[in-house]
Design a protein around this ligand. Structure first.
Ligand SMILES: [Mn+2]
Length: 230
């Protein structure tokens, strides 16, 4: 499900926030720092849950403050596990998160579209990204929420599966600007028509927002520091 926003609120800014992964206090302090105005819209790139301390709290915050989110690979895996528990391949943190989630949290996750398109800015928010050479609105949630790199054969893959694969954002020709998460990096990744804003908050780096139309980046540091490989 790809969803287009209405033209109603063109006067406001579009505030897009990277992978939160249960880091509620960092999300709150990032939003405090940005000081959203009533006409602004706040969009999350998905992966609200898992890894961090308060998955349910992040979704409650999103519900209370009317934040929209696109579907992340973590929400997708949890939704499928709930539907089909026998087939589910769960990680330890998936089970922890599932124990926290109530009906309202599942409902919020079920309503996440594959992408959100903002025609007034020609901007798409997606979790992972897109394959080049194929209309973005035809691409399935399994690709859009999971792609990190493109293999030599042109297939979508995780960076860990194909370390020599080309990051998809480098191949994206636009004209739509894609703002995405999913691939954690020490700093935001800025390509011609793609901006990656997953800066690994749950891994102890920071949480990043990209604010349109100025493309301004705002960051808050993570509260907990853990070792990890980018
Ligand atoms: Mn993520």
């Amino acid at each position: 499900m790809h969803e287009a926003s209405s033209y109603r609120e063109v006067s406001g800014r579009l505030i897009v926030i990277g992978d939160v992964h249960g880091c509620l206090s960092e999300l709150q302090s990032l939003i405090r720092q940005i000081q959203p105005r009533p006409e602004d819209r706040i969009i999350l790139v998905g992966d609200l849950v898992n890894r961090g301390p308060d998955s349910a709290g992040v979704i409650d915050f999103a519900i209370q403050h009317r934040l929209r989110s696109v579907m992340g690979n973590h929400e997708l895996r949890l939704l499928r596990a709930r539907k089909n528990p026998k087939k589910a391949e769960l990680k330890a943190y998936d089970a922890d998160t599932m124990a926290q989630l109530k009906k309202r949290h599942w409902r919020y996750m079920e309503a996440m579209p594959t992408t959100l398109f903002f025609p007034e800015w020609n901007v798409i928010v997606a979790h992972g990204g897109f394959l080049p050479g194929m209309p973005w609105w035809k691409q399935k949630v399994d690709v859009v929420s999971r792609i990190q790199v493109i293999t030599a054969k042109g297939k979508p893959a995780k960076r860990s599966e194909d370390p020599l694969g080309q990051p998809w954002g480098q191949t994206w020709q636009g004209p739509e600007l894609v703002i995405y998460g999913h691939t954690p990096r020490p700093d935001p990744e800025i390509d011609a028509f793609a901006i990656g804003i997953d800066t690994g908050c749950a891994y102890g780096n920071c949480l990043t927002a990209c604010i349109l139309p100025d493309r301004k980046l705002v960051q808050v540091p993570a509260q907990a520091r853990v070792e990890y490989d980018i």
